[in-house]
Design a protein around this ligand. Structure first.
Ligand SMILES: [Zn+2]
Ligand SMILES: [Zn+2]
Length: 135
């Protein structure tokens, strides 16, 4: 299956709690640059898909088209499926993408930043709390 295949390139499980149920897994930008990454993905897509087939035919200059593409990427940064993107880009490993389950993902994107799983681990082992979910 498509999502399992993509997930297998990123460890196949939640980086926090080990959850493997594919329906629960989401990508997390461990460098917290998700918004910027989504903007770049949209920009790449617009530049790739809309020039030859559309704007060039309408007679736009390349410069005006690139300006439009930048603005569109800024306005609609959420319109990219990151699972498809990962596959199309040969599963990039160097950009801080990790898998988290929905529970752990919610926590790292909240004011708690550190998932309770990690807090409990540090309490149980009496070791200082670290946050393995941030790059
Ligand atoms: Zn988890
Ligand atoms: Zn967790």
């Amino acid at each position: 299956m498509f999502k399992e295949e993509v997930a297998s390139h990123y460890g196949g499980k939640c980086s926090c709690c080990g959850e493997t149920t594919i329906e629960f897994l989401l990508f997390h930008h461990s460098r917290l640059d998700g918004a910027e990454h989504r903007r770049k993905m949209v920009l790449e897509k617009v530049l790739r898909d809309e020039w030859e087939s559309y704007f060039k035919l309408l007679g736009w200059t390349r410069e005006a088209f690139e300006d439009y593409a930048e603005k569109k990427a800024g306005l609609f940064p959420e319109r990219i499926d990151i699972w498809l993107w990962a596959k199309e880009n040969d599963y990039p490993q160097d950009i801080g993408l990790i898998l988290l389950c929905a529970n752990c993902h919610t926590c790292v994107h909240s004011k708690y930043i550190i998932c309770p799983h990690q807090r409990k681990k540090s309490e149980a082992t009496n070791t200082p709390q670290t946050n393995p979910l941030l790059a």
